[in-house]
Design a protein around this ligand. Structure first.
Ligand code: MG
Length: 380
């Protein structure tokens, strides 16, 4: 039995983590849950999974909800301290981080220092502080496991392979809702951008898919996770979303990871690793696939992709700045305060105004994050 702490349990990844736990009650137990402020859903989860404690990050909400959780014997903690507490709880073997935003960074470091295996679903930690995080994990002797489907795929293709023989990492993209759309993207509305053809996800990442910033962030994530420079990472459009990533080796061999388009697959592997669990998830039927298509992305139409490459190559605090400016720009787009094409413009301007810190500490990263948010807001 592997006891888990799930940070961000009411988001789309968090709910999928719990669906996987539900499929394998003999393998996994839930020791702690953390959410931002969705008390109703958290309460339902707490009644079903009976964790020892929960963190409600928002202090007023935590205070309001504490008596109700107390009645079912569950302790409520709050804020950064509370997050840290659930991430380091004794008995927890793996911490799954699925929190949106930069708030997830500190508890991940805390979990690593407490020698927990860490599975990371959201992109911010690996984009903002991937190098620091992996260095801390190596020092503590713990593993950092990716849940992002492409990175889970790369990880599986790369296992037991000598990194010296990697020629290229290739991550795929379904292309988002505007791949085949003709004409200008200037008048795209939030409703159109939120309508993703393949993956059902939260609003922020769905907009990132529409702008292709999702792949820009994933290039940075892959570069940090696998110690491969961005120049050696390719993005291919693959509308069927069956091949999640490939590794090309120096001799011309390609290893590919194929699977159904279901987040539970990479989640389950991050929970069961190094084992594989049988039969619970839908299976891929190759005979029902008509064809698999691959094409190059249109980098002029989706400039966010190149911004991701640029930030990865520049390194230091630049990926943090890109990520923060993107969050502000996406929120502004969803609120009707910026156009679809304003998103890359705001990010680019914020990046060019940034004074880079080449070897950032965690404090430098948080400072760059705050600076970029303010600067991007100012640009709106
Ligand atoms: Mg992904």
């Amino acid at each position: 039995m592997k006891p888990l702490a799930i940070l961000g349990s009411t988001g789309s990844v968090g709910e999928n983590v719990l669906r996987v736990v539900r499929l394998h009650p003999e393998r996994f137990s839930v020791k702690a849950l953390a959410v931002h402020k969705n008390i109703e859903k958290l309460y339902e989860q707490a009644v079903e999974f009976r964790p020892q404690g929960v963190c409600i990050y928002d202090p007023p909400k935590a205070k309001e909800a504490a008596p109700r959780f107390k009645r079912i014997g569950i302790r409520v903690v709050t804020g950064d301290e509370g997050l840290q507490e659930v991430a380091t709880l004794s008995g927890v073997r793996e911490v799954i981080c699925a929190m949106v935003g930069a708030a997830g960074l500190k508890p991940i470091f805390a979990a690593i220092h407490a020698k927990k295996t860490v599975a990371i679903a959201n992109k911010e930690p690996l984009v903002m502080a991937g190098k620091l995080l992996l260095a801390a994990a190596a020092k503590a002797g713990v593993r950092v496991l990716p849940i992002d489907s492409e990175h889970s795929a790369l990880w599986q293709c790369l296992e037991k392979q000598d990194p010296a023989f990697i020629k290229k990492l290739i991550i795929t993209s379904s292309g988002g809702p505007f791949r085949a759309r003709k004409g200008s993207l200037a008048k795209i509305t939030p409703a159109q951008a939120l309508n993703h053809p393949k993956w059902k996800m939260g609003p922020k990442i769905t907009i990132d898919s529409a702008t292709m910033m999702n792949k820009g962030l994933e290039v940075i994530e892959a570069a940090n996770l696998f110690h491969v420079p961005a120049e050696k990472i390719d993005v291919l459009i693959h509308p069927e979303a069956i091949v999640h990533a490939l590794v090309e080796f120096v001799d011309g061999s390609h290893f590919a990871h194929l699977g159904v388009t279901d987040m539970r697959l990479p989640i389950q592997y991050a929970l069961s690793y190094p084992e594989r669990l049988e039969d619970a998830l839908p299976r891929l039927d190759l005979t029902r696939l008509q064809a698999l298509h691959f094409e190059k992305p249109d980098r002029r139409r989706f400039p966010c992709l190149d911004l991701g490459y640029a930030a990865s190559k520049i390194g230091g605090t630049m990926p943090t700045v890109l990520n923060a400016a993107n969050e502000i720009a996406v929120a502004a787009f969803l609120a009707g305060r910026a156009g679809f094409l304003g998103i890359p413009k705001i990010i680019e301007k914020t990046m060019s105004a940034h004074r880079l810190v080449r070897q950032p500490s965690l404090a430098d990263i948080f400072a760059a994050d705050a600076w970029a948010r303010e600067t991007a807001e100012g640009l709106l």
